[in-house]
Design a protein around this ligand. Structure first.
Ligand code: GLA
Length: 731
């Protein structure tokens, strides 16, 4: 059993293979967080809490006389707002009488086999390989009828603990939830760094590492999506943690909307980390018997550095979050026409691209933006999900059939959550856009956002999308979302319910995506938001791959894919070879390097294949052969980051499960005169096995390779790259 309950049902140990998470409901019913770290034997650790009388940290009524007991100092699972814990809280209530206090105490618990679900939202699910276990702890508010259910999931083998929160109003009077975060991690001892992932459109997910002190560290999104600017993931680690050393805690929010992640030391040097839906512009009204569900957070602990933490996330997301046919089925190598043609294509152009692609071994043509309504630039047409048959020279079915006849699959781009003011849909339903009456809305990419919180709007979109997908042979959908959301307002949830709209929008997106994948289970969905603006665990529930970034520059991609790799498996990272000079940066990189970088992801092309040289065409064939040869490694293997960004070269590696085969990619990022040697390390081999290295044909033991490394005989030029393989051989 991974979940062990003792001490009259008040001591909870959640054990995974290598970690333990412990909670204890004390005599006052406060649910203390007593331990999270390397696996222990489950003894009650509440006595590690050191209580003293701390000035200006008051005492709950039950403890009168005991000035040492203060909610303001205790490590807790559900720190609540307004009753004496002055630190950042998890939950805030506004009662009908105007009071703003929340004081939750332990009531009961329940343990059951299998994983819990979160209503309306993605969550880790059980597979044949591993089933989770669930602990639900019920907490009751002291002076009202609000009940909170804290759901904990344990995936023992995967070293993963999850938490989600459900709030129920069991009373007659209305309650407004002003804040409801998903998780609180209180660590009493130790100093920590917080690593977050920040960036901007086309430059996403760069790690930033800061020491947690009394000044609050906080990142988040208020853009309606998880955002390019901050990712809903964070790592808390000891200050000397490296890839291979040190205690690390990961937090990964399964949510695609506004979020917050913050960490702060309290007055006594304890660290509190919180994560959940951003409380800014959030409130949720709960009438009698209404419930609210806060999204799941996936926690994982590694006592051996950041790499192991990443592997735990790669596995859990690949095996228990990604779903459907393409969770494990081989993804087709695709050609996307976006950077090849932008909006300017016709049937002839598309077919010539597809023909050339098929000849080179590419397996799918994806028709990106511009195939519908009146859409020859990005100022019009969104919402009019009817094929522009004049532009396509026929129906989508005819086009799809022609592409299929070439032996290729056919994919199509949509942006269902958006509407252009210059569209028939907007002219018919201006109220379907999110705007505030009497106020001119902000435009992003000159478009407005569809009110996905409305069931009637979603029903329309479902019918429209289904109609297209049913009547044309479509194998893949790229689901895009190309602006941040503001002017938040919904005609259906107006007045004091406006605080619900951002969240209801996200729930609406999930509902529509779910309906589409249920109705069309054979379609491969790739999600996208201007590249990586919605790269989060929740999206992986619907789409096993996400377009990682609108930046296809192979050198910028090194940093973007590096940052992405801390939580997300390479199989989820959409990566394409594009033309040079690169359209985003103007940089010229070798064709081979572009291929090597894209091979570490869901591989494809995004350029006009009719304009490349014969030599490059030969390289496309080789790259595709490499894609097939290394597929198992890159999509299921163990991933090693070998160099931090900013060095002279960037290297990373995949190793297969049996440790018979390792593949390293090394890209030179700068050139120098009279160059120093390029010496690279190799990780993950089996110490006693013998391996031949493809770079120098030497055979050495794994131990020797890992300790001594490899010196390249020829130093690659700037932006050149090499693939190096280590293959196990008989001695
Ligand atoms: C976004 C996507 C691109 C492309 C364009 C089309 O920016 O990230 O890949 O699909 O939209 O407008």
């Amino acid at each position: 059993m991974a979940i062990v309950v003792e001490k009259n049902g008040r001591l909870f140990n959640l054990h995974t293979a290598d970690s333990t998470y412990q909670m204890y409901a004390d005599e006052y019913g406060v649910l203390l967080h007593t331990y999270y770290g390397k696996r222990i034997d489950g003894e009650n650790l509440a006595d590690l809490i050191f209580q003293v009388d701390v000035g200006f940290s008051g005492n709950p009524e039950e403890t009168v006389g005991n000035r040492e007991y203060s909610l303001d100092c205790l490590p807790q699972e559900l720190p609540s707002d307004g009753v004496g814990d002055y630190r950042e809280s998890c939950i805030s209530l506004l009662h009908e009488n105007g009071s703003m206090a929340a004081d939750f105490r332990f009531e009961s618990y329940e343990v059951f086999p299998g994983s819990y679900k979160v209503a309306g939202m993605p969550a880790l699910y059980d597979s044949d390989g591993e089933k989770g276990e669930t602990l639900v702890i019920t907490m009751r508010e002291k002076a009202s009828s609000v009940v909170v259910r804290l759901c904990y999931g344990v995936f023992e083998k995967e070293n993963v603990i999850t938490r989600a929160v459900r709030v129920e109003n069991r009373g007659e009077s209305r309650v407004v939830l002003d804040k409801c975060l998903s998780c609180c991690l209180d660590l009493q001892f130790g100093e920590y760094d917080l690593i977050t992932f920040a960036g901007r459109h086309t430059m996403e997910r760069g790690p930033e590492r800061n020491r947690v002190r009394r000044t609050k560290l906080e990142v988040g999104s208020m853009r309606g999506t998880s955002s390019h600017q901050y990712n809903p993931t964070a790592i808390l680690c000891v200050p000397d943690a490296t890839e291979d050393y040190g205690d690390c805690y990961g937090l990964c929010l399964v949510y695609s909307g506004n979020f917050t992640a913050c960490a702060q030391m309290d007055q006594r040097g304890q660290t509190r980390v919180l994560m959940g839906i951003n409380p800014e512009k959030f409130s949720f009204r709960l009438e009698k018997d209404d419930c609210f569900d806060a999204p799941q957070v996936i926690l994982s602990y590694s006592d051996a550095g950041l790499s192991r933490l990443s592997w735990q996330y790669h596995r859990i997301l690949r095996e228990h979050m990604c779903r459907g046919k393409y969770q494990h089925a081989k993804r087709p190598v695709l050609l996307n026409n976006w950077e090849a043609t932008y909006f300017h294509f016709n049937q002839e152009k598309l077919i010539s691209l597809a023909r050339q692609a098929a000849e080179l071994g590419i397996e799918m043509l994806v028709l990106d933006d511009g195939w519908f309504g009146k859409r020859d630039d990005d100022n019009s047409g969104l919402g009019d999900w009817y094929a522009n048959e004049r532009k396509l020279g026929g129906s989508l079915k005819e086009l799809g059939d022609q592409i299929h006849a070439l032996g290729m699959k056919f994919g199509l781009w949509f942006e269902p959550e958006m509407i252009s003011e210059d569209s028939d849909l907007y002219r018919a339903h201006p109220d379907w856009a999110i705007t505030i009456p009497g106020r001119e809305p902000n435009r992003g990419r000159n478009q407005l956002v569809v009110d996905m919180s409305r069931a009637d709007v979603r029903a329309y979109l479902f019918e429209r999308l289904s109609d297209i997908l049913e009547h044309a042979p479509i194998d893949y959908v790229k689901w895009d979302m190309n602006r941040s959301i503001c002017d938040i307002y919904s005609r259906q949830f107006a007045g004091d319910r406006t605080g619900e709209v951002y969240h209801r929008f996200v729930l609406g997106v999930y509902e529509l995506m779910e309906r589409i994948i249920q109705r069309f289970p054979d379609i491969l969905l790739e999600s996208c938001s201007g590249g990586g603006g919605r790269f989060d665990a929740a999206m992986l529930y619907y789409s096993p791959q996400i377009w990682c970034s609108d930046n296809t520059d192979a050198v910028n991609r090194l940093d973007i894919q590096y940052g992405t790799s801390f939580f997300y498996p390479a199989s989820s990272v959409g990566a394409h070879v594009s033309a040079v000079p690169n359209h985003q940066t103007g940089r010229v990189t070798p064709f081979a390097t572009r291929g090597h970088v894209a091979l570490s992801g869901s591989f494809g092309y995004e350029l006009d294949l009719n304009r490349i040289t014969d030599e490059e065409k030969a390289m496309v064939r080789e790259q595709i052969a490499d894609f097939h040869k290394y597929y198992q490694l890159t999509h299921e293997g163990t991933y090693y980051r070998l160099t931090p960004p900013g060095g002279r070269f960037c290297a990373w590696e995949f190793v297969d499960e049996q440790r018979d085969h390792a593949l390293q990619t090394l890209v030179m990022t700068s050139a120098e005169s009279n160059p120093l040697p390029v010496h690279t390390t190799v990780k993950g081999l089996s110490p006693d096995k013998y391996y031949r290295c493809s770079a120098d044909s030497q055979i050495r033991t794994g131990r020797t390779w890992m300790n001594a490394g490899l010196t390249l005989r020829k130093i690659p030029h700037e932006y050149e790259s090499v693939l190096i393989e280590w293959s196990a051989v008989d001695e």
